[in-house]
Design a protein around this ligand. Sequence first.
Ligand code: TRP
Length: 306
Amino acid sequence: MFLRDVLEGLGKQQKTLPCKYLYDEIGSRLFERICELDDYYLTRTEAAIFSDNMVDMARQIGPGAAIVEPGAGNCEKVQPLLEQLDSPRGYYPIDISPEILLAARARIIAQLPDLEVQASVGDFTRPEVWRELDDLAAGKTVLFFPGSTIGNFDPCQAGELLQFFATRLRSGDAILIGTDLVKDSVVLERAYCDSEHVTAAFNKNILARINGELDADFDLSLFAHRAFYHPLRQRVEMHLVSLKEHCVRIAGRQVRFAEGETIHTENSHKYSVTGFNRLLDEAGFAPIRHWSDLQQRYAIHYAQVA
Ligand code: TRP
């Protein structure tokens, strides 16, 4: 799987690596540090929108809801919501990194002993990991999808993912989903190329992981992190730039890098509120309302399955 995906990605004209492989245990820890950076306004802004509107959000969701969180990570964002909700039925986090997820599950159980918590390990875009959730029983289900994770899919895949989510839900179920909004490129680029170089370490960790798991010899000092905003595509692109011409050996094969050639590792798409409502609508979710910060940097949308 990993080897096949890596060789396929690095065999393309524009080399790429699937971003889900950024999240091994080290990657997930580095990612937590990104979220705490001054330059990375997203997490802070989103948290403020949640805390300013939590009562309103809980009221909108209503009593007895089951909360499912794809890509839950350390499950920290959901906690205030779980505390605010009127008798939630259960919390079902899904994440690709078992270490982080299982530690978080233990923490939530300790803090909210009356809540049913069931964690699933796996890639949330795959139907298998949702199967365990098929018997969520009667009652409302709300997908909690914060962190602008939807922005890491290109708009076409994002639409498909939302559609996939919608088909896992029933009429009246809902999604509470965060998106970063289109804004000045200087602010955006600083968020993804922080002065403490944590994002650079996060991006390069994928090469270290390939070395460790696939018998490869990437020299990390021969790659630099680059992030820039592409205004037409409305996204920040993250790349690893080869600093000189060289070859890397991966599981017995040679992969050649020209000087300046890049591996495209991740995108972070930015939306307008109207643009995102259109995406929700096309995927089968009726947009009900959204909450934003005063500077309109970020938005949390609530939409319901028709
Ligand atoms: N979804 C968030 C974003 O696009 C967080 C994120 C995912 C991220 N991958 C990242 C942040 C890589 C920095 C670098 O911003």
